[in-house]
Write a protein that binds this ligand. Structure first.
Ligand code: SF4
Length: 285
């Protein structure tokens, strides 16, 4: 499927979907593995190619205050545009989308299935939906026509131009704010905090329901100073409906040598946040 959000430069293409802005030579893929230069044209290898499909409670995404008690039709593909050492889903994020996905699952089939399963929404989740934004955009339009809501679970690593098309079609987003330390994003995720903050603000301006999630990793993203800066950022959005999730880390993937987050750390964060009048939820406790 021909991709959108790119420009040509000679035989190379420059992908403009996420801030990595990969330059991709003919026959090669971008860093997320989901986009490929075929004869000077950028193709999405993940359009219509979900590899994870499930009906989930909306609270599992997590959403604490969006259509509570309802089911959401959740889909995800292979690939990711960040490289988090703590990835909890590397089977999908580091999976390689096939060059020839074969039968495409068209957007209308996803919406039909959501309705059949009596879901109130479709969730773009599991791996990073940014890398299949074209598919999510097409599904979201049809979902709205069918009376369904759309939800996005994302790392927020997306360009402003792609977000300008995707975000207005999203009714609720849970975006990771992994830390307020730029060095953490660079060292742990090979990403840039500034891009994520700008995407969160961009989504917030659409007026959609927003929740943020922080995985609290011992020794990496658990200092009071950095957590305090997350609270500062949350306050800057001036949104009384904003909910902040803080989740417990367990040793996974490339961070197996670290201990799990002590529950007391999360209790302390909740106390700090609630003292500032913020809505805090704890996860994986
Ligand atoms: S979406 Fe993929 S190919 Fe495009 S810039 Fe990001 S990592 Fe590179």
């Amino acid at each position: 499927m021909k991709a959108r959000f790119y420009r040509c430069d000679g035989e190379d293409v420059i992908c403009c979907l996420c801030p990595r802005r990969c330059r991709i030579a003919p026959g090669k893929r971008g860093a997320c593995l989901g986009r490929m230069n075929r004869n000077g044209e950028l193709c999405s290898l993940v359009y219509g190619a979900p590899v994870a499909v499930q009906v989930d409670p909306i609270e599992k995404k997590p959403f604490a205050d969006f259509l509570p008690g309802t089911k959401t039709f959740s889909i995800g593909t292979f690939g990711c545009n960040l490289f988090c050492k703590n990835c909890q889903n590397d089977r999908l994020s580091r999976g390689t989308p096939s060059e020839n996905p074969g039968r495409i699952v068209p957007p209308e089939k996803v919406v039909e299935a959501a309705l059949q399963h009596r879901c109130r929404s479709v969730a773009f989740t599991y791996n990073e939906p940014t890398i299949w934004a074209e598919y999510a955009i097409d599904i979201a339009r049809l979902a709205h026509e069918a009376g369904l809501k759309t939800v996005l679970v994302s790392n927020g690593f997306i360009t402003p131009e792609a977000a300008a098309e995707l975000y207005p079609l999203i009714d609720a987003a849970n975006i990771d704010l992994k830390s307020m330390d730029p060095e953490f994003y660079r060292e742990n995720c090979r990403g840039e905090l500034a891009d994520v903050l700008s995407a969160i603000r961009q989504y917030h301006r659409t007026g959609g329901h927003l929740e943020l999630t922080t995985l609290v990793i011992p020794g990496k993203s658990d200092s009071d100073e950095v957590i305090g800066r997350i609270f500062d950022f949350a306050e800057s959005l001036q949104d009384p409906g904003l909910i902040l999730h803080f989740s417990r880390f367990f040793p996974f993937y490339q961070l197996r040598d670290l201990p799990a987050t002590p529950p007391e750390t999360l209790y302390r964060i909740r106390e700090m946040g609630e003292k500032r009048g913020l809505q805090i939820r704890l996860g994986n406790i």
